[in-house]
Design a protein around this ligand. Sequence first.
Ligand SMILES: [Zn+2]
Length: 210
Amino acid sequence: MRPPWCERCGQPEPHFGACRLCTDWPEALTAVRSAVWLDDAARPAVHALKYGGLPRIADDLAAPMLPLGSSTDGPSALIPIPLAAKRLRQRGYNQSEMLARALARQWRIPVLVDVLVRTRETPTQTALTPETRLANVAGAFEVRNAKCEMRNGTERINFAFHISSFALILVDDVFTTGATLAEAARALAQAGATRVVGVTFARAAIPDFT
Ligand SMILES: [Zn+2]
C-alpha cells in the first residue's frame, strides 16, 4: 500500500474531511500499516497461511511487511493477535504468531505470546459494518500479567511492571476495519501500555466506506 493515507490508520485518505475509520480507536494505538491490499494475488497467500497448514509461508508474507518498520525509541516487542483456545487447537497454530515470529527474526525483537489472550472467539466478521465489528470484538481480549522470557536468553521480566516502557507492535494477517487491533490495543492500554502500533500483511477494502 502507498500514501496518501491517514497517518494514523493507514487507510487511503478520505476524499474530504477527517478519517472516520480511526476516530474511535484508543489513544494508545498510534499507527497501523498494511503491506498489500487483499486482492486476488494476496488472498490465496492469506488462505494458505490460515488454513493450508503451511505456517512456513509466513516468511514470504512477512517479507513485504519488513519496510513497515519496527523503528521505535526504546525497547519494543511484537504481540500477535491471539486466537481463542478452541480455534488454536483446531488450527494447530496461530497464523498471526507465525507472522510475528518471522518479523521478529528480521527485526531482532521479542515476540510475546502469553501476554494478550482472547477470551472468546468472535463470529466471522465478513459482512459486518465498521460499527458492528467494533461491538463484535468488544471485550474479546485480556492481558495476562505473565512474566515473559525475553529473546536474549533466560532473563525473565515482569511484563506487567514494564509494559509502559515498551513500544508494542500488534501483528495480524488481515486488517478489515481495524476493530480487532483497536480492541487489542484497548486491552493493552488498560494494562498500562502507552505506545501501540499495528502491522498486517493485507488490508481488505471496505465497500462504501470513505
Ligand atoms: Zn484514519
